[in-house]
Design a protein around this ligand. Structure first.
Ligand code: PLP
Length: 433
């Protein structure tokens, strides 16, 4: 640390005006302790903090920056769009182009609406599902995060498979009384929930690869049953691909399940992060008959002053076009696997318990012998060990997510040298050096 730590000085200044000094809680380093880094600028795979220290960035703004920071084609598209105006509150051609691009790449989506955040997209999806089915109940899974809309801020009651309790003050119990919270990957619970509540369930929302409990995949048999039960009971299957969409594969996580389950498709998909390329942009979409229930065509209200913002859509469109270059996901996956394999090997050599998984440019690791299958197992991770590892890596210029419940992200800008430097840093940490 420098004699004058500008990160600390900025934190103290920020705390006077902004609760906790941050505009989203995880940025405060509460889980890991220490001083959050205030970012001054970023380029490619790196960012520099207020002290001028460089970090290899494995967060990428929590997922959006799949091309790395300041990609020339994206930058140019944003600069051009900005010259034409920041926001109009009237439709633009670029919104159609972005919609066309998304519909082309995700065949389950026939129509979509653009919004400004994943929270908005998830919240609107729930309203649409309820409006379209005329039902009230929703099913979600413990450890999955779908944004901070009231009805989704729910944790399971003791014993699970209960209607949940609010996870946040300010959410009245009545607001979450229709939210049923189940254990991820627990087939008997899923069966029991549909047996009891099936005819009242409007939708089942799931993170297909849960990145908000580090990295936990929904098993193929579990996902198959989710699809079958939704179809059987007339409930809508909503995939929250805010994190996985265009991150794990060009066709999202849904394309991976379709490889194992013939004809597999969700009814609704929630998107965010990568589709905005770092700008505030998200979307939700699905089957035409459902989407046509939205205002102004249908009776389900949904709106937004900045929805389909011209600068954000330019950024998203330029990003999506880059992702379609031949070999993009093969190269990204290979780089990510090189990182996780390198870390696993370093851990094995040091005798440190370690397990890891990845898909495309998204990865997770646990200081455990075995990959957890649900949130309760994730909670058994030793946070003291993780926090020590996190800080020791940070000191060596590697920025992993400052909480063990979060996935990590590799971008196309990360080089093999970045990966090697990261693995060497981990070796140093585990050797106690
Ligand atoms: N859904 C998932 C799976 C997410 O990971 C997130 C954010 O991390 C959201 C929804 C909410 O998105 P936003 O932060 O843009 O509101």
């Amino acid at each position: 640390m420098q004699a004058t730590d500008r990160n600390l000085a900025l934190l103290q200044r920020a705390r006077q005006l902004i609760p906790g000094g941050v505009n989203s809680p995880v940025r405060a380093f509460k889980a890991v302790g220490g001083t959050p880094r205030f970012v001054q600028r970023a380029q490619g795979a790196y960012f520099w903090d207020a002290n001028g220290q460089r970090y290899i960035d494995y967060i990428g703004s929590w997922g959006p920056m799949i091309l790395g920071h300041g990609h020339p084609a994206v930058l140019e598209a944003v600069q051009r769009a900005a010259l034409d105006g920041f926001s109009f509150g009237a439709p633009t051609e670029r919104e159609i182009e972005l919609a066309e691009e998304i519909v082309k790449l995700l065949p389950s989506i026939e129509m979509l609406r653009l919004v400004s955040s994943g929270t908005e997209a998830g919240m609107s999806t729930i309203r649409l599902a309820r409006g379209a089915t005329g039902r009230s109940k929703i099913i979600k899974f413990e450890g999955c995060y779908h944004g901070h809309a009231d009805a989704l801020l729910v944790k399971a009651g003791s014993g699970l498979a209960t209607f949940g309790h609010p996870t946040s003050a300010g959410v009245p119990p009545e607001v979450v009384q229709h939210t049923l919270v189940l254990e991820y990957n627990n087939l008997p619970q899923l069966e029991a929930a549909f047996a009891e509540h099936g005819p009242q369930v409007a939708c089942l929302m799931i993170e297909p690869i849960a990145g908000n409990m580090n990295f936990v995949r929904a098993s193929v048999p579990f996902m198959r049953r989710c699809r079958e039960l939704c179809t059987q009971h007339g409930a809508l299957l909503a995939f929250d691909e805010v994190m996985t969409g265009f991150r794990v594969a060009l066709g999202g996580a849904q394309s991976l399940y379709a490889q194992h389950i013939p004809g597999f498709e969700p009814d609704l998909t929630v998107l965010g992060k990568v589709i905005g390329g770092g700008m505030p942009l998200a979307a939700f979409g699905g089957k035409r008959a459902i989407m046509e229930q939205l205002a102004p065509l249908g009776a389900v209200y949904q709106a937004g002053t900045l929805s389909g913002n011209p600068v954000a859509t330019a950024c998203g469109l330029a990003t999506l076009r880059e992702l379609q270059r031949p070999g993009f996901y093969q190269a990204l996956s290979a780089r990510t696997r090189s990182l996780t394999a390198g870390l696993a090997q370093a851990a094995a050599q040091a005798g440190v318990p370690f397990c890891t998984d990845s898909e495309g440019g998204m990865f997770g690791f646990f200081l455990l012998e075995q990959l957890p299958q649900n949130y309760a197992a994730v909670l058994r991770t030793d946070s003291t060990r993780f926090n020590h590892f996190f800080h020791a890596m940070l000191e060596r210029g590697v920025y992993f997510a400052p909480a063990l419940y979060e996935a990590g992200f590799v971008s196309a800008a990360h080089s093999e040298a970045d990966v090697e430097a990261t693995v060497a840093a981990a070796r140093g940490v585990w050797a106690g050096g």
